[in-house]
Design a protein around this ligand. Structure first.
Ligand code: NAI
Length: 337
């Protein structure tokens, strides 16, 4: 039976990388009925709603989404669609595996980077609770709860156990934010005690950033509150070739939305230059989530072969190929294997 997946193209380069990814996934031979819906700035223009009702109606049925990036205005304007989707669907885990692909022209290319980032996805400073206390003074509330901290810690440790990972590192600033980050750490420690076979340690976020750049190969599984998770994931993406590469998954108890770490890249949108690797690698995670492990492995292998060959890479990773050229090369590899 075909799997049903909700496809949200999004804004900017979103529709370009989404269509490239659909072509690659379809070429694995897995039958997927794509339910195409729109969310984002374009949906607002065309349908008068940022997240039209059919997005939720579709996700209620399919429970799995593949999403391109959506634009969020800076300092004012509408709320982030991602934050709204994550809250409404209870997508409390943001999972970002960061791995070096063969042939990447990163200054870290010879370093065996392989880390799994678990970012809490629903609270912290992303709760959107900001107000003006008096003119010239604003306050932004950082919400940390036992419930959300424990469930992200459990997700990180459960993954470490399932994937035979050796170590989980919690990243925090509890030396300054003693209560909020202190509670996050307490929940991580309590969870660690239930996973005795996995080494657990802690790093203060500023030190963690320095060590990530100096010794990225030392990191294994990382668990972080929302804001540090956001920043550290982009830093980690930079180590392995940039935002065009790194995939992501937003996971809850009932729904999952797979999307790249990158944004709408307005500077290259509509030019056929975007690198679809990040969304394709997100689709690899999606195929595994759907139980299609062999197709997931084949798509991953095809992507890696195109990188190892190096002749059909996009501009952001030092090549000259278009989005379509790279995608054709991945599909050709899939057909050969
Ligand atoms: P961005 O990720 O869109 O772009 C940063 C730089 O990376 C740009 O130079 C861009 O050309 C390049 N880049 C990003 N993805 C690429 C790809 N696949 N291939 C080649 N080059 C790529 O970040 P920026 O400029 O901070 O954000 C633009 C918009 O995207 C904002 O409205 C922001 O809110 C939104 N955004 C949405 C996200 C989502 O929906 N998941 C995540 C991050 C940002």
């Amino acid at each position: 039976m075909a799997h049903q997946v909700t496809l949200i193209g999004g804004d900017g380069i979103g529709p370009e990388v989404a269509e490239a990814t659909v072509r690659a996934v379809d070429a694995t031979g897995v039958e997927i009925e794509w339910e195409r819906v729109e969310a984002g700035a374009r949906a607002l223009d065309e349908q008068g709603q940022l997240i039209p009702d059919d997005v939720f109606t579709s996700l209620e049925v399919t429970r799995v989404g593949l999403k391109g990036p959506t634009a969020t205005p800076i300092a004012g304007g509408h709320q982030s669609i991602n934050v709204a989707l994550r809250k409404k669907l209870g997508l409390y885990v943001n999972f970002r595996p960061v791995r070096m692909l063969p042939g990447i022209r990163s200054r870290f290319r010879d370093v065996p980077i392989d880390m799994a980032i678990f970012r809490e996805n629903t609270e912290d400073l992303y709760s959107g609770l900001e107000h003006e206390v008096v003119p010239g003074v604003v306050e932004s509330l950082k919400i940390i709860t036992r419930n959300a901290s424990t469930r992200i810690a459990r997700a990180a440790f459960a993954y470490a156990r399932r994937e035979n990972r050796a170590r989980v590192t919690a990243i925090h600033k509890a030396n300054i934010m003693k209560m909020s980050d202190g509670l996050f750490l307490k929940c991580c420690r309590e969870t660690a005690s239930q996973f005795a076979e996995i080494r657990y340690d802690e790093l203060i976020v500023d030190n963690a950033c320095m060590q990530l750049v100096m010794r990225p190969e030392k990191f294994d599984v990382l668990v972080l509150p929302n804001l540090y998770g956001d920043i550290v994931s982009d830093l980690a993406a930079g180590l392995v070739g940039g935002l065009g590469i790194v995939p992501g998954a937003n996971l809850g108890d009932h729904h999952a939305i797979f999307e790249a770490v990158h944004g709408t890249a307005p500077d290259i949108a509509g030019k056929g230059l975007a690198n679809p690797t990040a969304l394709m690698q997100s689709a690899v995670l999606m195929l595994a989530h759907l139980g299609e492990r062999s197709a997931a492995a084949r798509l991953q292998q095809a992507i890696e072969e195109v990188y190892a060959d190096g002749g059909q890479l996009t501009g952001d990773v030092g090549g000259k190929a278009s989005t379509a050229g790279f995608t054709d090369a991945v599909i050709a590899r899939l057909r050969q294997n």
